[in-house]
Design a protein around this ligand. Sequence first.
Ligand code: ACO
Length: 512
Amino acid sequence: MATRTVADIMSRPVITAEPAETVAAAAARMEEHHVGSVVVVDSGRPIGILTERDLVRLAASADADVSAVKVTEWMTGDPYTVEPHVEVIDAWATLAEKGYRHIPVVVDATLVGIVTIRDLVRIAQIQPMEHPSQTTAPKGLEGLVVAETAVGDVRGLEGFYHYRQYNAVELAEKRSLEDVWHLLFQGELPTAEQRRDFLQEIRPLQTVPEAVKSMLPVIARSGTRPGPLDALRTALSAAAQALDMPPSLDVDAPRLRMDAMRVCAVVPTLIMALYRLRQGLDPVDPHPDLGYSANYLYMLSGEVPDPVHARAVEQYQISTIDHGFNASTFTARVVTSTGADLGSAVVAALGSLSGPLHGGAPSRALDMLDAIGSPDNAEGWIRHAVQSGGRIMGFGHRVYKTDDPRSVMLRGVAERLGGHNVEFAKQVERTVVDVLAELKPGRNLYANVEFYAGVVMDRCGLPRELFTPTFASSRTIGWCANILEQAADNRIMRPSARYVGPPPPQPVPAAE
Ligand code: ACO
């Protein structure tokens, strides 16, 4: 394509003003000719430029008499000019760099035309200018710091993660889920009295709103092959609506915290009600005296669970409450950054967690153990899966390049629980790690949280279709802690993308 110059695209004749004219007269001429500027000329030479921006400044100035003030008092003197032979790309660069919207065109210092930003964007093949502060993020945003948080963090190389200032694994070993929930919402572990108050606050919030109760049977039974979080996503959306959650932008911190408490408390009840309804059973109301995870198992069967099973599920759920800026947490914060209500942010996060690369893996990990069948088949099965381009579910992590501390803890929990699958799972884990080290050298792929999660949940009587919802249930607390933090110090998240399609603007063809 031939190079275009300023001469090809400049506008003429130029709308001008005399130095002695009033701004009012010049503004009237701008309006009459539908232009955004007038060039002030003296014997044909541009000595200044008066733009719409100057008129706005003038209007905002309390002591200026608009009808009497002269253009020379408000114009930008000695304007930057360009010559007609200059290439369009260079003129564009000058406009973008200096922030000008109009440049007079001169030959031998005499005004012959004007080029405006509008003229430039109208022509084809304008190259985009890099904004000086623009940086290109790595694919998948790997390693990019996008916020500050006091909720927690993951140190991938050390195989360590923490909630606030405490080691998360130690919290899972020593504390109840409600204590950790209190830590994330209130910033501190509770005293005995604070714990009592917190449990009392949670209890009434576990009940599903009446308007939603009647919808649950329909939601539970719709779809022949529902995704792991489809029903919960729909039911939670209905519950958030029934609970009248206003945009986070319009509410104070105590009200937003109350919305967060409600969502965190009602999610386990919704999960189990939906599961039982799908099985043709009536939902079981929450048990007033049981802790979070014991009550969770109670609402599945209607029976108070074995405390060993309840504690194993509780340790799993504590270990999955939060985990840095993972995809679903990031989603929740992006939605909150728009000022949307807390329910919308959690529903969006559920959608993000439902993907097999994030939260949809634990049932697939157990399916893999079933498919392998016996220790003798492990190596051949895994080798074939990796060589055919497949991913071994429950292995690999964006941040951990060593053992995932959650998987180490859950392997211990699984060992304590015992059962036929545990030894088999440990053998498969070793084989997968060896095969991946050989076939994917340097990638440092180890078991992640989801590999032993399936084994533990299975052993505690949770059916596979509840694996991802069980993860979602505890992660809701982490999402909400992040939502509260985002709302407290917010700026809308609005990154950019590099356009790589055909160069714009192409002429729009007439409709056939
Ligand atoms: N099986 C086989 N190969 C793998 C696996 C795996 N589980 N994980 C990573 N790799 C390989 C990739 O094929 C890739 O190889 P290449 O360099 O030859 O292309 C390399 O390792 C790097 O993989 P990426 O996809 O770039 O790693 P990324 O950090 O983007 O993905 C993820 C991390 C999604 C967890 C990935 O490891 C994976 O798909 N794992 C299986 C699914 C899973 O277990 N998800 C649960 C994660 S935990 C959680 O979200 C709670």
